[in-house]
Design a protein around this ligand. Structure first.
Ligand code: ADP
Ligand code: MG
Ligand code: MG
Length: 956
């Protein structure tokens, strides 16, 4: 019973599938939230690589208004490289450089972590070309070329891999740079940055070792900001850093620039397989096989002084989707300074005042990029002595809200078509729009403790934790946590993933916490400067109040308000509209959501039904756009108020007459349930499954009963009451099974107790008759579970037909109905042609089909799934995303065989996979008529089905 109840609960909660998967796995590697694995792309690449051998092209040049590559070549050049090539072609101010392809990365790993000589030769050739384009040479003492060495895979993995800036610096070139720029401070600032990056990335020395020295110098000089250090102080830093390298890596910092370049290149290849990159790929289902490209690019400098700057931005607001220029910059800074929270950056609109010309040009370029890519752009730029350079552009990651707003806006602006809008939104992100908001009254009663930047919308309430590891640990114990950090770093990703929300003290709207929070659809407030956080004491203070680990914190990711205490949440605007508590006209987001899904409906081939057991669930599903019920589990109705006692009486009966008496009592209750469900579906088809679980699930546990009896007897009780308990215990023992999931359940119950099927068939047909009399015509689809042999179905179908004929005669109205079966045991699939002689429809029960095909119990898989994934035996949880190879083959076979017998056979799927986007792609291809998903997954399923029909996966 407990099992069934648990299943029921997960079936109706928003994002239920993820939650279930989450519980099953170790929390460290939870189920993905977005992205569909680009399997096709990987296969394409895989098959091509060997044919190219070592004579192929591995390096692609860009610069001077030209490029070897373009934006379509993400597989080979990575997103960053492809877009740098594209921008270069478009004549935008992009520093020249070249991209070493992902094929080279594959070779690097194939050859035991060594870059082949042929690739190296090509790199050096391109380096020479870059040198002549730049008019400077790597290692030249008078006019040194400096480059960045940047990672960049097909899918952006922000901050997960490594990048090195200012490569080419050594004791000689630093002086050359100083002389040329007449700026010793700048030269030594660049040098110290390079040694640190080289040391930590190539020699794998902990960053803290460098930071320790850097702080030491700052303290000795008595300054607070890095910008306050002068040349002499920076020279000191350089010397100290060199010592750190020597001491920590057992080798000197290399002075030879080509050695630096080779080391950096290989380190970037290596960073593809660092722990956090692997974790990131697991969460976002990015294949491990595709590898990263390496971009080597001429440096431009945002750190030459007050007339230089570096910044990042978005062409629209990535949290809300509002059409506003959005971003941050820092004067006299380089690279990651903006996102690292070293100094607080200024909002990008300020740039207009400081450097109007560069700002104007930036707006112009980014507008143009948005038109080229026809999507919101996330860009990086650097201004060197008031000259603007573009360093990166990519389609911006966004929240679910922003995704819907931007897609519908872009259509209105005629930048994209409705079809493209449908393809642009990640189906999974729609579930964010259904996530809760605060109960306004409860929220208002608490004072605002502080306000941070509203980085990612949503209401979050939970217990404060201060490390990612604790977030994971506490979540595993069933607690809801808020991860509170000064700032987050890529290593925190596992903790961010499990937290209800992320709260940081430093960093801007483009900081790591903000970017990742938005991407995960996790409520996030960042840069709440009033929080004084101590990781050591695991507490923070804010305006005189102290919050310790475990205390409750709540915040609103849409306004940035933070409060101390716990606040109840309530359904999102969209849910309120769906529940009829809010007028659609009053909700902009609902209207857009509805518009997008209405477009999706035009493109999809698959029908969408709901798994719903009760009238209210059916209503919600209908409001979300389900047209029909694919699975109504009747046994859930048995747990309702005052029903379980009747069910138990039915089970305990030792003769048919007593059993029928109990069933007669259940009949009117079931009839009422069915009537309600039919009515909620407004005449759309409703598939009702006859009783499925083993009977013991409706009885108390054996151990509990024994304890109860022992207690009663100890209290000296005897007589009727104790007798009854003993009888119950005897029956429980009789019903005990060694393998209940493989035991006396499903069709086997109907065969041994036909009176149960009779009662259910009667309740269904009577309800349909009643509705027919009221003018609503429903066609109930009566579904027999767990059929593996055609004769099982024949037996039960005869029972249903007999009862139906009788009821129709009694009621005097005509009602059509179908009898079909679930295909969920392998024999059902392999003999589907025979079964289709009886079955008028099929519904694949992919949960059981997965259990029985793998022989994995879905309730116990958590014990080994983690190990399976670590060892790469399985990529994904097969209960969350269908195993297309094995289980899928049975589905395909079942469809073929079923339709061979009955060409028009209606076929659907009602397992949890029916709400999973990648599984939906498979079901579309397999030729199913519909998918059935839990009510809150319906929007996701509608959009995924449209994308499946359009044959594109988001992310490709
Ligand atoms: P990530 O993928 O983590 O964003 P990037 O390769 O984009 O890493 O580089 C990190 C930072 O260094 C970015 O801010 C980027 O703009 C800056 N950067 C990279 N290459 C150059 C360059 N050639 N000149 C100036 N800044 C650069
Ligand atoms: Mg970048
Ligand atoms: Mg089943």
């Amino acid at each position: 019973m407990a099992k069934t109840m648990a299943r029921k609960k997960t079936a109706v909660r928003a994002g239920s599938k993820k939650q279930a998967a989450l519980k099953r796995r170790s929390t460290r590697r939870m189920s993905p939230s977005a992205k569909v694995a680009p399997r096709a792309g990987a296969a394409r690449r895989g098959s091509r690589a060997p044919a190219r051998g070592s004579r192929g092209k591995y390096v692609y040049f860009f610069g001077g208004g030209k490029a070897d590559g373009d934006r379509t070549m993400k597989d080979l050049l990575g997103g960053k490289g492809a877009n740098l090539a594209e921008m270069s072609r478009a004549g935008l101010p992009v520093p020249a450089g070249f991209t070493i392809s992902t094929d080279a990365c594959t070779l690097y790993y194939k050859q035991g972590r060594r870059t082949p000589a042929s690739v190296d030769r090509e790199m050096v050739e391109n380096l020479r070309r870059l040198e002549s384009a730049a008019g400077a040479r790597l290692g030249d003492r008078d006019n040194p070329l400096l480059v960045s060495v940047r990672s960049g895979a097909k899918f952006s993995m922000p901050g997960m891999m490594d990048t090195i800036l200012n490569l080419g610096m050594n004791d000689e070139t630093v002086e050359g740079l100083k002389a040329r720029t007449n700026n010793g401070r700048f030269a030594y600032d660049s040098y110290r940055r390079f040694i640190q990056m080289f040391g930590s990335v190539v020699r794998e020395i902990p960053k803290a070792a460098f930071e320790h020295e850097f702080e030491g110098v700052k303290q000795a000089v008595g300054v607070h900001f890095d910008t306050d250090l002068d040349e002499d102080a920076l020279r000191d830093v350089v010397e100290r850093f060199k010592k750190v390298v020597r001491k920590r890596s057992g080798g000197d910092f290399p002075q030879d620039p080509l050695e630096q370049l080779r080391g950096a290149r290989d380190a970037v290849f290596r960073s593809w397989n660092n722990a956090r990159a692997i974790e990131y790929r697991r969460i976002y289902e990015i294949p491990d096989s595709i590898g990263t490209a390496v971009n080597v690019q001429m440096m431009v400098f945002g750190n030459t002084g007050e007339r230089s700057a570096t910044g990042v931005g978005f062409t629209r607001n990535p949290a809300t989707g509002a059409n506003e220029f959005y971003g941050e910059f820092l004067i006299n800074a380089q690279g990651e300074d903006v996102v690292a929270g070293i100094r607080t950056p200024q909002p990008i609109t300020e740039l207009e005042n400081v450097m109007p010309e560069a700002y104007r040009q930036l707006r112009q370029i980014t507008n143009r990029l948005e038109k080229t890519y026809r999507d919101i752009q996330d860009f990086e730029f650097t201004i060197q002595d008031e000259r603007l350079y573009m360093l990166q552009t990519r389609n911006g990651k966004r929240t679910g809200y922003a995704a819907v707003k931007i897609a519908t806006d872009l259509v209105e602006e005629r930048l994209i078509t409705a079809k493209e809008a449908v393809l642009q939104v990640d189906p999974e992100s729609l579930s964010q729009l259904l996530s809760p908001v605060f109960e306004p009254k409860a929220w208002q009663t608490l004072p605002v403790a502080t306000k941070g930047l509203p980085a990612s919308p949503g209401a979050a309430s939970g217990q404060a934790v201060f490390t990612a590891d604790h977030a994971v640990e506490w979540t595993r114990q069933g607690k809801q946590v808020i991860l509170v950090r000064k700032e987050t770093v890529p290593d925190d990703i596992h903790g961010m993933f499990v937290a209800q929300g992320i709260l940081t003290a430093t960093g801007g709207m483009t900081s790591h916490a903000a970017v990742v929070g938005r991407q995960m659809g996790k409520p996030s407030v960042v840069g709440a400067g009033a929080l004084h956080i101590s990781e050591r004491t695991k507490s923070f203070t804010v305006n005189g109040q102290t919050v310790r680990e475990g205390d409750y914190v709540s915040f609103d990711g849409l306004t940035g308000e933070v409060k101390i205490g716990q606040v109840a949440t309530k359904p999102s605007e969209i849910l309120q509209v769906v529940a009829g508590e809010m007028n659609p006209q009053d909700s902009d987001i609902y209207q857009r959501f509805d518009k997008l899904l209405t477009w999706a409906d035009k493109f999809r081939r698959l029908g969408i039904r709901a798994n719903a057991d009760q009238p209210d669930q059916a209503e919600t599903a209908y409001a979300f756009g389900a047209r029909g019920i694919g699975l109504c589990r009747t046994e859930h109705m048995f747990f309702g108020e005052g029903r379980i006692a009747i069910v138990q009486r039915m089970i305990l009966a030792d003769n048919e007459a007593d059993r029928r008496k109990a069933l007669d009592e259940l009949l009117p209750l079931q009839r009422k349930d069915f009537y309600g469900v039919f009515k909620a579906m407004h005449g759309e088809p409703v598939t009702i499954r006859t009783i499925d679980p083993p009977l013991h699930e409706f009885l108390p546990k054996r151990e509990d009963l024994m304890v109860e009896i022992a207690k009663m007897e100890a209290q000296g009780k005897d007589g009727k009451e104790v007798e009854e308990k003993h009888a119950l215990l005897r029956r429980v023992e009789q019903l005990h099974e060694f393998n209940p999931m493989l035991g006396h359940r499903g069709v086997r119950l109907g065969i041994t107790y036909p009176e149960i099927t009779e009662m259910q068939a009667r309740a269904i047909i009577e309800a349909a008759c009643q509705l027919a009399k009221e003018g609503t015509h429903v066609i109930p689809e009566i579904m027999i579970p767990l059929v593996g042999h055609v004769k099982e179905l024949r037996d039960q179908k005869a029972v249903v037909d007999r009862v139906a004929a009788q009821v129709i005669k009694e009621q005097g109205v005509a009602v059509n109905y179908l009898v079909g079966t679930m295909i969920e045991v392998p024999r059902g699939a392999t003999t589907a042609d025979e079964i289709a002689q009886e079955a008028e429809f099929f519904s694949f029960g992919t949960n059981d089909l997965t259990q029985l095909t793998f022989g994995f119990s879905r309730d116990d898989i958590g014990k080994f799934l983690g190990a399976y994934q670590d060892k790469k035996i399985l990529d994904k949880d097969p209960f969350a995303t269908i195993d297309t190879v094995g289980v899928g083959q049975l589905v395909t076979l079942g469809v073929q065989k079923g339709r061979a017998t009955r060409p028009k056979l209606k076929i659907g799927v009602c397992g949890e996979h029916g709400g999973d986007p990648s599984s939906i792609h498979f079901f579309d291809k397999a030729g199913l008529d519909y998918v059935s998903a839990s009510p809150y997954r319906i929007p996701v399923a509608r959009l995924a089905a449209a994308q499946a029909a359009l044959q594109v996966k988001v992310g490709d």
